[in-house]
Structures are given as structure tokens and as C-alpha cells.
Design a protein around this ligand. Sequence first.
Ligand code: SF4
Length: 219
Amino acid sequence: MEIRELYAALVDLHGEPDGAPVEHGNGEGVRQLLTTILSQNVADTQTARATEALFEAYTDYAAIENADTDELAEVISVVGLKNQKAERIQRALTAVREETGGYSLGFLDGMDTDEAQTWLEDIKGVGPKTANVVLSFGFGKPSFAVDTHVERLSKRFGLVDETATNERVHRVMNRRVPDGIKYELHVLMINHGRGFCTARNPDCDNPVCTRYCSCEVCS
Ligand code: SF4
């Protein structure tokens, strides 16, 4: 399947997505990094509640980094995997502070996408999805983030192998999707996943799938 044709069909169905919401100031991407760690394997509503609780409980990033880890885990407990995520958050803040002397990821702006991604993924607990979300949403870099909807659709559309790991889906899709539409296609695939191609009861009678998809889930 030609990616640009699929993209055009998704735009026809769902409308043109807005451009990437680049976060600057307020920690230069650090908040995005922490929020994305909180969001690992959990629904958006729980992520929002945990993020609110985190920034209500602590006045700044230094306070989060230096907090008692068990106490931090309790603050974010609504997201599940609280101990693991508390450790990941503190490790990430330590890595940022050691790199910059403060709490800004602004230096990633000056790196190319692959270099910035490698820096982020060197933090234990930060995988391709978290790194891609930070670079795409926090810095507007051409990086294709693969969440659960995007992974499901990438496989059903036949863009990647059905058995591919999430990491491999990231690698393949980042190679296949042109830089200029990475963020936009990510948004469109999430919209299509939520609106039509749900995990259990996909509604395959839609113009995109009728025209472009021969996936076996519906046949
Ligand atoms: S044909 Fe159905 S299952 Fe396949 S991608 Fe489209 S909505 Fe999903």
C-alpha cells in the first residue's frame, strides 16, 4: 500500500489534522517526557489524573527527582505500575540534570532526530514509543509514534508484519512514513482506530478500508 494514498484517503474521511503541538518553555519537553512515561500501558484519563497529582504534589522537577520513591509511587498510583514508573521518572530527571545541569530537554532541538532518539532511549525505561512521542509532540521533530491504535492499524493495513514487536513497528514505520506527514498520519491512524478499526468490533464498511484494505480481520 502506498503511504501517501492511504494518508490522502484518511484525510478525506477524518479531515486534515492540526499541526504538531510543539511544547516549549515549561521545562522544554521534560513535562512531555514525564507525562509519556506515566502514560505507558494506560488510558488517557488515568494519565491526566496522575499528571495532575504529580504536579500538585511537587513544586518543581528537582523535588520530583529527590522525592522518596515510594512516596512518589503513591502520588502517581492511579496509572498502575506505580513503582516502575516512579523509578523511571526519577531516572529520566537524573539523566536530564546530569546532561544539562538543570531540567530542560531544549538541547534535543539541536540534535537530528536519530541522535535525539538515541539519547532518550539510553534512559532505562524509555523505549521507542516514549522517545517518539517526546520528539514528535514536544519538539515537532519528524518522528512517528506508535501507540496501541497505530500498531493495530499498521498490522491490519499490512504495512508491517503481523508478528512485529512494537519496537520493530516503530523502526519500519519511521522508515516508511515520509517526514512531512509523520505527526499527521499518527493522528489520523488514531482517529481511524478509535472511530472504525477498534480492537474487537471493527467497522470495516468505511471508505478507507473499502478502497485500500484487504485485511484478513474482516474477510
Ligand atoms: S478492514 Fe476492518 S479490520 Fe481491516 S483495517 Fe479496516 S476497519 Fe480495520
